[in-house]
Write a protein that binds this ligand. Sequence first.
Ligand code: CP
Length: 345
Amino acid sequence: MAKVPQTEPLLNRRSTDDAQVKTEVKGWTLKHLVGLEHISRDEMEMVLDAAPQFLAVQQRESGIKKVPLLQGRLVVNLFLEPSTRTRVSFELAAKRLSADTLTMSASGSSVTKGESLHDTLATIEAMHTDIIVIRHAFAGAPDILAERHPSHIINAGDGYHEHPTQGLLDAFTMRRHIRKLRDDPEAGLDGVRVAIIGDIAHSRVARSNVWGLTKLGASVVLCGPTTLMPMAAKQLGVDTTSNLREAMDGADVVYALRMQTERQANSLFPSIREYIRLFRVDGESLKAAPEHALIMHPGPMNRDIELASDIADGPRSVVLEQVSNGVAIRMAVMHLLVNASRANA
Ligand code: CP
């Protein structure tokens, strides 16, 4: 783990607006967030526990929807693959923390002229960045950058590998609903059953969710066509099935994944019609799930393929709540990486 340099006590910068924002977090030492596979349950819970105060900042009806926790810091979003939710969410989260922000994509940058990723990062860092948020097509790119670059690196999705802030915002959304369902403000995800359905093989969201949710005590079943199930799925410590109704049986959360046709070199299932018949989350297939089961999807959604429109827009769906919670989770992550890791170094 790279050593974090000591800086001035940013945590002391408060305004009356921040009165309810608890800025001190004991025990956080991570400098980067590259994945959920190797972070501890305690670290995950520190993020989940820090997020509600940032959700409250966003929901302020009067006053400024901002806190100065990253004032004077520079956050660069380097998105070398397409994104709507994650890119906008990180940018908004940084602005809500009062950071300066820059967003770069592959098109229009010198990446298209053959510049190496290290050179691109070194060039950006010469402008004194604090956080670099990166989305990249190659699995492991954020880990390599974190080893060599002084900025805090946050993985916003690397190939099929990980999407850690998606995993955290999903766990946060599940935990909020489980707490309401059980009428227990302290409830965690221990014993919660999550069915993740669809194109598991190409999904970084599935991997981060599996690593994150199992660490938090949930049990996970992965369900999809065998051609879209990774060979090593069983080694992840989860159940697997190709029977949708079996997966839904007893599930507290039904999580549909996007069919990632752009990552499939060959057709990996007979037809979209066949996929819909066997794997779509819709009113009919949901009869196999408990009535309280939450419906989730990371977006972007192929409407009526992996998830029926009436279910996506219905009362059990928390798809848009996932998006709102994402900003709070990303505020929490950036605050912890910059402020808590320095304070605790
Ligand atoms: N969930 C997710 O990563 O969406 P985007 O690709 O739009 O960022």
